[in-house]
Design a protein around this ligand. Structure first.
Ligand SMILES: Cc1cc2nc3c(=O)[nH]c(=O)nc-3n(C[C@H](O)[C@H](O)[C@H](O)COP(=O)(O)OP(=O)(O)OC[C@H]3O[C@@H](n4cnc5c(N)ncnc54)[C@H](O)[C@@H]3O)c2cc1C
Length: 306
């Protein structure tokens, strides 16, 4: 199918884009188009105007500083995935981005577009959630910064108003020494996950576990965070046995709320979520106990956040 007719606008400054969004009725922002264009082609949305933000050079930056990675609205998934400074600061970005669709889609699709789209099957909304990140949005009425916790409302639903543009998102860095991992299962490589899990474990100065958290892909209504600290706090990584890992898996199974669809039953997705969460946690604990040992989950890249 072809999209319904629309008028294409190509502003070259943020102010121009915001003025267009304020003036035009039934307008949508166009970033990489990797989610929006299929929706238009299927006529699930029929906007009269597209405000194309791809010429807004100010929004093409990746900034890394002592406490966060800031990603501008037209930074492609692939650019963020390749960015060495962002990777060193927050390895979980690359760990998750490698699972986003195929390279061709990552070359065009933007990380901010994925977050604005608020699809709970997207990896990056989940990573924004587990880092406790935030979204900076602007309109002709001014700017506001919204925490991930408040930004995502439900499937494909955020608090973004029709005249608001996301300028950038901030991914805060984890405390030093935190290890992170991401793993997921899809029916085919590059497909949306049946279930995906990000885990972050932070050690205390004495080597015991201080905090642990997980976030999920495709199995919750909105990206949110499961606190695994009650299961793991105070334990030494090499003392965590199968009994404790079973409680981690059970916490994950209880937390998620998947639905049946043509790809998998809700029960299977729930089971998968527990299994992946346990495996990633176990692998990270092994890494904390012995950083030079080979990892137990070869498909998930795991690095120490500095
Ligand atoms: C075959 C296929 C497989 C895919 N698989 C995956 C996958 O496994 N995991 C995954 O996470 N994603 C997947 N995607 C989606 C991909 O990651 C998209 O790039 C991403 O979801 C949206 O980014 P975009 O830049 O393409 O946004 P667009 O498609 O341009 O926009 C998406 C939505 O966000 C809004 N929007 C975009 N940017 C802004 C902004 N700055 N301010 C306000 N609103 C904005 C648009 O108006 C639109 O409603 C897949 C896509 C395809 C086509």
């Amino acid at each position: 199918m072809k999209p319904a007719p629309f008028t294409h606008h190509a502003p070259t400054t943020v102010d121009e884009a915001l003025a267009l969004l304020a003036q035009l009725d039934n307008a949508k922002v166009l970033a990489g188009g990797q989610s929006l264009v299929p929706v238009l082609n299927m006529r699930l949305a029929t906007p009269d105007h597209l405000v194309d933000i791809n010429r807004l050079a100010d929004l093409a930056r990746i900034e890394v500083d002592a406490d966060r990675v800031r990603v501008g609205a037209i930074v492609r998934h692939a650019a963020l995935e390749r960015d060495e400074a962002a990777h060193r600061a927050l390895p979980l970005l690359r760990q998750g981005l490698g699972w986003v669709a195929h390279p061709a889609i990552r070359n065009r699709g933007t990380t901010v577009g994925s977050i604005a789209h608020a699809d709970p099957s997207g990896e990056m909304p989940s990573i924004l959630a587990i880092t406790g990140g935030s979204v900076r949005v602007a309109s002709t009425r001014g700017e506001r910064v919204i925490s991930a916790d408040h930004f995502f409302v439900g499937p494909m639903e955020s608090v973004l108003e029709h005249d608001e543009l996301v300028l950038d998102v901030d991914f805060p860095l984890f405390p030093a020494g935190t290890v992170t991992g991401f793993d997921e299962l899809a029916r085919r490589s590059g497909d949306y996950a049946l279930s995906g899990v990000a885990v972050a474990i932070t050690p205390a100065a004495d080597g015991t576990i201080a905090a642990a958290r997980a976030s999920f892909v495709s199995v919750t209504e909105r990206p949110d965070v499961l606190d695994l600290t009650p299961q793991l706090a105070g334990l030494r990584p090499d003392q965590v046995g199968t009994d404790v890992l079973a409680t981690v898996a059970e916490a994950a199974r209880t937390h998620v709320d998947p639905v049946d669809d043509i790809h998998a039953s809700a029960d299977y997705r729930r089971h998968l979520s527990g299994t992946i969460c346990r495996r990633v946690t176990s692998s990270l604990l092994a890494e904390l106990a012995n950083p030079s040992a080979p990892t137990a989950v070869p498909s998930a890249e795991k690095k120490v956040a500095s």
